[in-house]
Design a protein around this ligand. Structure first.
Ligand code: PGA
Length: 243
């Protein structure tokens, strides 16, 4: 695991976008998994601009979704699918056949089987960029998730349900999520975790410098020699002895 500390959110976004663009230049047919949420929005803006300026070409890439709220489809404003369409697929006119995202309206177990079968045939993911929840989750791999899991249905914790209300314009009932698993993350050619802001400092410290255990799913990063953690100074503020 290599930790990169940037000055602020803009620098974090720019750096992450440059890493993605570099990987796509090296392998134009990359399989890319972007998280949704507040953290990746700046990076996606840079990537859309780079692509519109012909500095990076995503036309041969395929995109796999990280997670989804069960019960929400891509036409629901606060779904993860909607976020990816709004912030990336639509502005770049990504071809539908290159997009593989969870449908939160479909039967959840079948949706996981569909994703697992797709990854079996096409994987592993080349670049997988995730954020971190305040409880240490990656995607919707909640505390206690198996490090060896593929796509699966996840029982959301109250912490995730409460925090997720920031994505919704009105109070929304959430119970289950569907998510790629920690095995998919650890098998990615380039697994990347991004975190920004003081509110993430405590969980980043716990994940990167505390014991490795499923109680903090993001602690899996400590085992991944090929992984990158990209932080801004605020998110890194409780870390000691960064190499
Ligand atoms: P955020 O979400 O980027 O909105 O903070 C991160 C996460 O819960 O994985």
């Amino acid at each position: 695991m290599q930790t990169i500390i940037t000055d602020n959110y803009d620098a974090l976004s720019r750096h992450s976008a440059d890493m993605v663009a570099g990987q796509v230049a090296a392998n134009p047919a990359s399989i890319i998994c972007f998280a949704s949420g507040e953290t990746p929005t700046g990076m996606l803006k840079y990537l859309v601009n780079h692509a519109l300026e012909h500095k990076v070409n995503f036309s041969e890439c395929r995109f796999i979704g990280l997670d989804e709220w069960v019960g929400l489809g891509k036409d629901d404003e606060a779904s993860c699918g909607n976020y990816l369409y709004t912030n990336f697929f639509t502005p770049l006119s990504i071809r539908p056949e290159n997009i593989m995202i969870f449908n939160g309206l479909a039967e959840a177990e079948e949706e996981c089987n569909r994703m697992n079968a797709w990854l079996q045939a096409n994987g592993p993911v080349d670049i997988m960029i995730v954020g971190i929840g305040l409880n240490g989750h990656i995607g919707l791999n909640e505390p206690g998730s198996d490090f060896d899991s593929g796509a699966h249905v996840s029982n959301l914790t109250s912490n995730t349900i409460t925090t997720a209300q920031k994505y919704f314009s009105r109070q929304t009932s959430l119970v289950w999520g569907i998510t790629l698993g920690l095995k998919n993350f650890s098998e990615a050619t380039m697994p990347i975790l991004m975190a920004s802001g003081q509110k993430k400092a405590a969980i980043i410290h716990q994940a990167l410098q505390g014991p490795v255990n499923p109680g903090v799913p993001a602690s899996i990063l400590q085992r991944l020699t090929n992984a990158y953690v990209i932080l801004d100074k605020a998110a890194a503020s409780l870390l000691s002895d960064i190499k």
